[in-house]
Design a protein around this ligand. Structure first.
Ligand code: FPP
Length: 249
């Protein structure tokens, strides 16, 4: 029988949950409103998701907030997204402290507008001792770019005899990614009916369970999160093994 309540024992929950928050624009368009209204409502869903995930005991939550490709959107929309980011960081510092959440950011952070980068740095610093959940915002993030810079910095180390090429392994690659201090992703959720990865955490989702839902991001709620977790808990993760091997161990 399908379980109806999420099992919040730590070994039953995804340790690392990642979300591609998609559909803000279409949500707004369907209501005859500008796309930016969708982003504003998207922030509400971010808050509810962060608080619910922390309360349920998720240890790592990573949100795709702004991709490298998003820089190609109209300047007006990019500006609004950056303003929303700054406003939310200022406003939610209190929430992070109350819920013992550590803020982290992954991506080409040096390409963010100075004001956004400064605010981000400030909240990361102020929450650095928190340890209930690590919330990572992927900002100006692209997975291929992340892998590219990892390859470049490993190459420099090989050239300077800091690493020998024979010793390059998964641990070394992991340690050169933006996500070096995060575990690999267990569950990836994407909203809005699109079933794509869109250059998000390509290396880190190798064994992740994927969960796609039709609702647009601004409508995402605690109930959606619970449904996704229930679905995850009813799957068998085999990591290449057989079911029999799993039940023996
Ligand atoms: C996708 O909707 C969403 C984004 C571009 C980024 C998500 C941004 C937010 C939820 C708001 C700001 C975030 C923070 C952390 C303050 P879309 O515009 O691609 O929608 P569409 O596919 O319908 O056009």
């Amino acid at each position: 029988m399908e379980k109806t309540a999420v099992n919040t024992e730590s070994h039953k929950l995804p340790r690392h949950l990642a979300i591609i928050m998609d559909g803000n624009g279409r949500w707004a368009k369907a209501k005859g409103k500008p796309r930016t209204f969708g982003h504003e409502q998207g922030v509400r869903a971010v808050k509810e998701t962060v608080e619910s995930a922390a309360a349920m005991g998720i240890k790592y939550l990573t949100l795709y907030a702004f991709s490298t490709e998003n820089w190609n959107r109209p300047k007006y929309e990019v500006d609004i997204l950056m303003k929303l980011l700054i406003k939310s960081l200022k406003k939610e510092l209190k929430t992070f402290q109350e819920h013992n959440i550590r803020l982290n950011a992954i991506g080409a952070l040096d390409t963010l507008p100075k004001k956004a980068a400064r605010e981000l740095e400030e909240v990361i610093e102020q929450t650095s001792k928190n340890n209930k959940m690590t919330l990572s915002l992927a900002l100006s993030y692209g997975s291929r770019e992340e892998l590219l810079q990892a390859v470049k910095s490993i190459s420099v180390k090989v050239k300077n005899n800091i690493i020998s090429s024979e010793n390059i392994d998964e641990t070394i690659i992991n340690s050169h990614l933006y996500t070096h201090d995060l575990p690999e992703v267990d569950l990836l959720i994407r909203t809005s009916g699109e079933q794509r990865i869109s250059n998000f955490l390509l290396w880190q989702i190798a064994y992740a369970e994927l969960y796609f839902i039709d609702d647009y991001w601004p409508d995402f709620s605690k109930q959606h999160l619970e449904q996704a977790l229930l679905n995850y808990q009813n799957r068998e993760r085999r990591f290449g093994k057989t079911s029999e091997q799993l039940s023996e161990s």
